[in-house]
Design a protein around this ligand. Structure first.
Ligand code: NAD
Ligand code: DAU
Length: 329
C-alpha cells in the first residue's frame, strides 16, 4: 500500500493504525514533509513502514512508486483554509496537479486508488437548515482550499468514468485527535490554554463543524478500501455537530478554566457557516459505525495527548502563532 501524506495528521494516525491492525500489509509512505509533515511520527514503525520524501507533483517519482504498489490511499494535500487564503498556489500544485499525476499513474499501472477528500467541497449550510450533506449534494466550494479539493474529486470521477480507473472517494467532516498540527482549531486552543493564553474564536464563535475522531475516519477509509464499490463516493461523519464556542467551552471545562475565558478575533474571509454529514450510505453498505460517540470524551483524550507531548508541538506553535498574528487572527 502506498500512502501519500502519511506523515501528516490523518495519514500518521492511518499508518500507525494499519501497522497495528493489519500486520501483514506492507506500507510505503510518500510525503513531501512540508511544515505539516513530521517524519518522527513514524519512527516507532520505521522497521515496517518505508518513508519516501517526495512530492505527489513529481510525475516520475509518483509513476515509479505507484507501479510498485497494489493500492494507493491518497491523503497528501495542503489542508489549511487560512493558508489557502494567504497563498493559494501550493494548494493548486499539490491538491490538483498532484492528484492528476497520481491518477495518470494508477491508470497506467491499473492500481486501485482511494482518494481522501473533505465535506467542504459542498460549500456550507445555514445554521437552521434541516438538511445535511449527502453524496447527492451539489459541489459548491468556497475557499481556495476547498476549490482545489473539489477539483481533485472531479478529476478522480472523470478518470473513473472515462478511463475505467479503479477508485473510490470519501468526503469526511472535521477530524480531531493526536498529531494534528497546532494551526488547526482544536490543537490551537488546547496549546493556547496550556501556555496560559486565551482561546481565539473567529467572529462570534457561532460557526458549526461536524466533529469526528481521526480513528473513526481512518476505520472508515480502511472499510472503503476493503468493501467500497468501485467508482462510488462515501460521506464519513459521526453526528458530532457543535459550534466553535461550544467546543472552546468544553475545552475550558476539561482544562479547569472559566467558561468565558476566550477572545473573539476577526473572522476568516468567506468563513463557511456550517458543515453537517449524513453518512447513512457508508453505514448501510458496510456496517461501519463511529466508536467515539461522545465528543467530550474524545476531546479529553486529545487534551491528554497534547499535555503529554509538548516537545512534539512546541516548535510548530511559535511559527503558527506568528502567522496568525500577521493575519490578525
Ligand atoms: P495535514 O496538513 O496534517 O497533512 C498533509 C500531509 O501531506 C503532510 O504530511 C504534508 O507533508 C503532506 N504533503 C503536502 N504536500 C505534499 C506533496 N506535494 N506531496 C506529498 N506530500 C505532501 O492534513 P490532514 O488534516 O492530515 O489531511 C489529510 C487529508 O485529509 C487531506 O487530503 C485533507 O483534505 C483530508 N481531510 C482532512 C480533514 C481534517 O479535518 N483534517 C477532514 C476531511 C478530509
Ligand atoms: O471539514 C473538513 C475540513 O476541516 C478539512 O477539509 C480541512 O483540512 C480542515 O482544516 C478543517 O477545515 P476548517 O476550516 O473547518 O478547520 P479549522 O481547524 O481551520 O477551523 C475549524 C473552525 O474553527 C472554523 O469554523 C474556523 C474556526 N477557528 C479556527 C481557528 C484556527 C476559530 O474560531 N479559531 C481559530 O483559532
Amino acid at each position: 500500500m502506498l500512502v501519500t501524506g502519511g506523515a501528516g495528521f490523518i495519514g500518521t494516525n492511518f499508518v500507525l493504525r494499519i501497522a497495528e491492525t493489519r500486520p501483514d500489509w506492507r506500507v510505503r509512505v510518500l510525503d513531501a514533509l512540508t511544515y505539516a509533515g513530521n517524519p518522527d511520527n513514524l519512527a516507532g514503525v520505521a522497521d515496517r513502514v518505508e518513508l519516501v520524501r517526495g512530492s505527489v507533483a513529481d510525475a516520475e517519482l509518483v509513476d515509479r512508486l505507484v507501479g510498485e504498489s497494489d493500492v494507493v490511499v491518497h491523503f497528501a494535500a495542503e489542508s489549511h483554509n487560512d493558508n489557502s487564503l494567504d497563498d493559494p498556489w501550493p494548494f493548486v500544485e499539490t491538491n490538483v496537479l498532484g492528484t492528476y499525476h497520481l491518477l495518470q499513474a494508477v491508470r497506467r499501472h491499473d492500481v486501485r486508488l482511494h482518494h481522501v477528500s473533505t465535506d467542504e467541497v459542498y460549500g456550507d449550510l445555514e445554521l437552521d437548515d434541516p438538511q445535511r450533506f449527502t453524496e447527492q449534494t451539489s459541489y459548491n466550494p468556497s475557499s481556495p482550499y476547498s476549490a482545489t479539493k473539489a477539483s481533485a474529486d472531479l478529476l478522480v470521477r472523470a478518470w473513473v468514468r472515462s478511463f475505467g480507473v479503479r477508485a473510490t472517494l470519501s468526503n469526511c467532516s472535521n477530524n480531531y485527535g493526536p498529531y494534528q498540527h497546532v494551526e488547526k482549531f482544536i490543537p490551537r486552543q488546547i496549546t493556547n490554554i496550556l501556555q496560559g493564553v486565551k482561546p481565539k474564536l473567529y467572529g462570534q464563535g457561532t460557526n458549526v463543524r461536524d466533529w469526528i475522531h481521526v480513528d473513526d475516519h481512518n476505520d472508515a477509509v480502511v472499510t472503503i478500501v476493503e468493501q467500497g464499490r468501485l467508482g462510488e463516493t462515501y460521506l464519513i461523519g459521526a453526528d458530532g455537530e457543535r459550534n466553535n464556542r461550544e467546543i472552546v467551552e468544553l475545552l475550558l471545562d476539561l482544562m479547569g478554566k472559566p467558561a468565558d475565558w476566550y477572545d473573539l478575533v476577526s473572522d476568516r474571509p468567506g468563513h463557511d457557516l456550517r458543515y453537517a454529514i449524513d453518512s447513512a450510505k457508508l453505514r448501510a453498505e458496510t456496517g461501519w459505525t463511529p466508536r467515539y460517540r461522545d465528543v467530550r470524551a474524545g476531546l479529553e483524550q486529545t487534551v491528554a495527548w497534547y499535555s503529554g507531548h509538548e516537545d512534539w508541538w512546541r516548535a510548530a506553535k511559535e511559527g503558527a502563532e506568528a502567522t496568525y498574528q500577521r493575519l490578525g487572527r
